[in-house]
Write a protein that binds this ligand. Structure first.
Ligand code: AMP
Ligand code: GLY
Length: 428
């Protein structure tokens, strides 16, 4: 099979490396891809959001299967557009992608079908938001832009001033464009966070191994929110008891709700959960694999990824085995100093041979923001690399990922030094 993966970050690199292990996969492409991905796949410089150009390219090259990995092309209906020209694709159609693309849609879905989540209210008038928050007078309070906002549309407001500033930013200054036409105002929840990615074929849901993201830029969960500075899997807070409860109260009801609404979900449904004192609740849904969760989840997948992905498209997931190996994985992100604000690009990366660390057993380097400039690998994004190690235990995986990352250098490299520390402490 000739396969195209749409996207160009660490998640896409992890998907490509997993797909390449399938005996069915004979040729693999990535669009747009990046410098490091080009060691593993042919790359084609088409923007992931250019639906027309991507579909034309897919037709021209006669791909057998396309994996749409990124949120915005899914929200724009790339899977629908590919289906219209007879090319099967992994991922939800436009209607089902609303589960991530519209927080108003997902919150209303959860309310209608009794799926546990934070209490909320929806507004399109900035003055009404302020009035509502004042009447509740309970802080912190969470304000979320309705639409996609590059993971930055969530504000945790500690006081009235934060609310006024947040409403101005999202609804008046339109920092996230039309995504801020509506906002969701939400109760602040507490508890450990767990990411559960799951395969869905519209009717059946099969969760993958759980994981834990580290969203803040600095050690001790300080600093700004980022796309994710590191991950571990499995997540020790996600016990069998919690998993059973999530299946019954959240996963099955969500899949049934999407079916009942006439937009069955096919692809990877990402449950962002918080284990609150009142039980597990949904913080967010994503309509795709997480980044950098994928970089620790897929290395633990024992089943053939391509077979499982096709089963989600064909509706045969119930009969398809989805098996994970025992053991653990850890991913440490190497970022450009200054990320998630401003940072420099074009710094030479040293220590890698064809993008990898061949002497570090059990370690894979996933490329998130790298480019090849005259044959030299340079930085080209905020998150540059993800160094993933697998091992029998989480402690060993972390040790190995951190030791391996010491071999990689570029100017102003920033990484957190405490990825997995909380997970290890929870296991004591
Ligand atoms: P999101 O972009 O929806 O993943 O939100 C970013 C982060 O904000 C989450 O990972 C949580 O840590 C936090 N967050 C979102 N919603 C809530 C909430 N209702 N209560 C507490 N924290 C939240
Ligand atoms: N790591 C969080 C996400 O992919 O949304």
């Amino acid at each position: 099979m000739k396969i195209l993966v749409v996207g160009g970050g660490g998640r896409e690199h992890a998907i490509i490396r997993a797909l390449k292990q399938s005996p069915q996969c004979t040729e693999i492409w990535c669009a747009p891809g990046n410098g490091g991905i080009s060691y593993d796949a042919h790359c084609k410089a088409i923007s992931a959001t250019d639906v027309d150009a991507m579909v034309a390219f897919a037709k021209e090259e006669a791909f057998d299967y396309v994996v749409v990995a990124q949120d915005d092309p899914l929200a724009l209906g790339m899977v629908d557009a590919l289906a219209a020209v007879g090319i099967p694709a992994f991922g939800p159609d436009k209607a089902a992608a609303r589960i991530e693309a519209s927080k108003v849609f997902s919150k209303n879905l959860m309310q209608k079908y009794g799926i546990p989540t934070a209490d909320y209210a929806v507004f399109d008038d900035p003055a009404k938001v302020i009035e509502y928050v004042e009447s509740k007078n309970k802080y912190p309070v969470v304000i979320k832009a309705d639409g996609l906002a590059l993971g930055k549309g969530v504000l945790i407001c500690q006081n009235h001033e934060d609310v006024v500033a947040g409403v101005k930013e999202i609804m008046l200054d339109k920092k996230f464009g039309a995504s801020g036409n509506h906002v969701v105002v939400e109760e602040f929840l507490t508890g450990p966070e767990v990411s559960v990615l799951s395969f869905c074929d519209g009717k059946t849901v099969k969760p993958m191994v759980s994981s834990m993201d580290h969203k803040r830029a600095l050690d001790g969960d300080q600093g700004l929110n980022t796309g994710g500075m590191g991950t571990v899997a499995p997540n020790p807070y996600y016990t069998q008891e919690v998993a059973d409860r999530c299946m019954k109260e959240i996963f099955l009801p969500t899949v049934a709700a999407m079916q009942a609404e006439g937009c069955p979900f096919k692809g990877c449904l990402y449950f962002g959960l918080m284990l609150t004192p009142d039980g597990p609740k949904v913080i967010e849904y994503n309509c795709r694999f997480g980044d950098p969760e994928t970089q620790v989840v897929l290395p633990l997948l024992e089943s053939d990824l391509l077979t499982v992905m096709q089963a989600t498209t064909n509706g045969t997931l119930a009969e398809t085995e989805v098996k994970f190996r025992d053991g653990a994985a850890a991913c440490v992100i190497l970022a450009s100093g200054g990320y998630p604000l401003s940072y420099e690009k074009g710094k030479e990366i040293t220590g890698l041979t064809e993008g990898q660390l061949p002497d570090c057993a059990g370690v894979t380097v996933y490329h998130a923001g790298t480019a090849l400039k005259d044959g030299v690998l340079v930085t080209s994004g905020g998150r540059v690399l993800g160094v993933t190690a697998t091992a029998d235990t989480l402690a060993e995986a972390l040790k190995s990922a951190y030791a391996a990352s010491e071999n990689i250098h570029f100017d102003k490299l920033h990484k957190r030094s405490d990825i997995g520390a909380r997970a290890l402490a929870a296991m004591q």
